[in-house]
Design a protein around this ligand. Structure first.
Ligand SMILES: NC(=O)c1ccc[n+]([C@@H]2O[C@H](COP(=O)([O-])OP(=O)(O)OC[C@H]3O[C@@H](n4cnc5c(N)ncnc54)[C@H](OP(=O)(O)O)[C@@H]3O)[C@@H](O)[C@H]2O)c1
Length: 393
């Protein structure tokens, strides 16, 4: 125990990007004096972060999204006492190396290369170190770099939660299923296309025209360009679907439910839900009640009118699920799709990139300085691989 790679960590400090208040990019502050986490329970592991990646949730959380419910999850007593969640560290993905383990940790030892998705109620990975429970962590794929690995855990955990838990799909029974992914070109979409193709499903994707080559290269069977006219009309001319994964939401719900096979157990699963917005605006109790009411109403109507299931899906921490993803990555069936990389000094620029929208895969931040040179070389190789993937079509 107690392998330390940072002198400042011995003094209890680490480098991190923190926020002390909610707001736009200006609230992001680099601090070399951030208290370093410690292993405080027997099932925890501490990881030295080599790379992380950004998700839309990071931009939203920087602005205060989800604060009421996340604070309740962080520490119910702190909500009662009015304690502050600041300084808060964002960043939901990590690829790195285990440096310390609690006494009951059985699957990891210091020195293991691991990857994980950091739950939003925990301190994030835009930092030198992060602490997670053993259950949340998985051994990293050997075939890809830390920068590439950091692009996968959060979108993989969310996609698996949505497709398996909410959508009822599994690798053994996916081969006869027709799946529609609304919003196929971002982090969730590019991962889901590959996962579903690895499972043998038939995959249709909506995206804008300039992403068509990318999603076809990742294996999509049918691509609908949503910028070339009425997307619902284009999809209505196709055979009905067994599962729809919606990463765009709002007005898509008006037409998507009618694209499912009626009265056959088909499921519409959306990742865009009002839960956190409702709890932010109404308080957690009233907000949860309001969200539950609207979910129940829409689900009931969908069942009666369309004969389909309507479901919300959320990220769920799941190390063992990442073990399965690792096998697919190491078998070459899932490729990391890294659109941009930033050094740790340029985290605000990485946020700005994400906020500009039109993601094509993931935006990665390299955290461990000693890795920069190696990662740069790997990036050159991965860019080559990525281009080949997109051109495979
Ligand atoms: N519930 C949860 O726990 C959870 C977890 C993770 C993510 N999410 C949500 O899931 C959504 C997707 O996440 P992500 O990480 O994949 O986001 P992302 O990486 O930002 O990707 C979004 C993609 O959607 C495309 N897009 C935008 N409008 C579209 C439209 N009308 N039709 C088709 N594609 C469209 C964008 O490209 P163009 O604009 O160029 O088309 C972009 O490629 C986000 O809203 C995110 O907040 C929810």
């Amino acid at each position: 125990r107690g392998v330390c790679s940072s002198a400042r960590r011995l003094q209890g400090c680490m480098s991190a990007w923190v926020i002390d208040q909610y707001g736009s990019n200006e609230v992001l502050k680099f601090s070399e004096e951030t208290p370093a986490p410690t292993v405080s329970s027997p099932s925890e592991v501490m990881v030295k972060v080599h790379a992380t990646s950004l998700n839309p949730l990071d931009v939203a959380m920087r602005g205060g999204y989800g604060a009421k419910l996340l604070n309740l999850r962080r520490d119910p007593l702190s909500v009662v006492n009015g304690d502050s969640e600041f300084p808060l560290i964002l960043g939901r993905d990590v690829s790195g190396v285990v440096v310390d383990c609690g006494s009951e940790v059985t699957h990891f030892v210091p020195g293991d290369e691991v990857w994980a998705a950091v739950p939003p109620w925990k301190q994030g990975s835009l930092a030198e170190f992060v602490t997670l429970t053993e259950f949340e962590v998985s051994h990293k794929p050997r075939s890809i770099s830390h920068a590439e690995a950091a692009s996968i855990p959060y979108v993989a955990s969310t996609a698996l939660s949505a497709l398996v838990n909410a959508g009822g799909l599994c690798k053994e029974r996916a081969d006869e299923k027709r799946v529609l992914i609304i919003g196929g070109s971002g982090g969730i979409g590019t991962f889901s296309v590959q996962l579903l193709k690895a499972w043998g499903a038939h995959v249709t994707v909506t995206c804008s025209q300039n992403a068509e080559g990318l999603v076809r290269g990742l294996g999509a069977d049918q691509v609908v360009n949503y910028s070339a006219g009425d997307v619902a009309e284009q999809l209505e001319s196709m055979e009905r679907f067994d599962v729809i994964l919606d990463g765009v939401g709002r007005e898509t719900e008006q037409w998507a439910l009618g694209l499912l096979k009626p009265w056959s157990g088909a499921k519409y699963v959306t990742l865009v839900t009002p839960l956190l917005q409702d709890t932010d605006s109404r308080g957690w109790l009233s907000g949860m009640f309001q969200a539950g009411f609207s979910l129940h109403n829409t689900a009931f109507q969908s069942a009666i009118v369309n004969g389909v299931f309507y479901r919300w899906a959320f990220y769920a921490p799941d190390g063992p699920a990442l073990d399965e993803v690792r096998e697919l990555v190491d078998a070459g069936k899932i490729l990391p799709v890294v659109e941009a990389q930033f050094p740790f000094t340029q985290v605000p620029q990485a946020f700005q990139k994400l906020e500009e929208g039109h993601a094509r895969g993931k935006t990665v931040v390299r955290v461990a300085e000693e890795d920069d040179k190696r990662q740069g070389e790997e990036m050159a190789e991965s860019e080559q691989g990525f281009q080949q993937t997109a051109e495979r079509e």
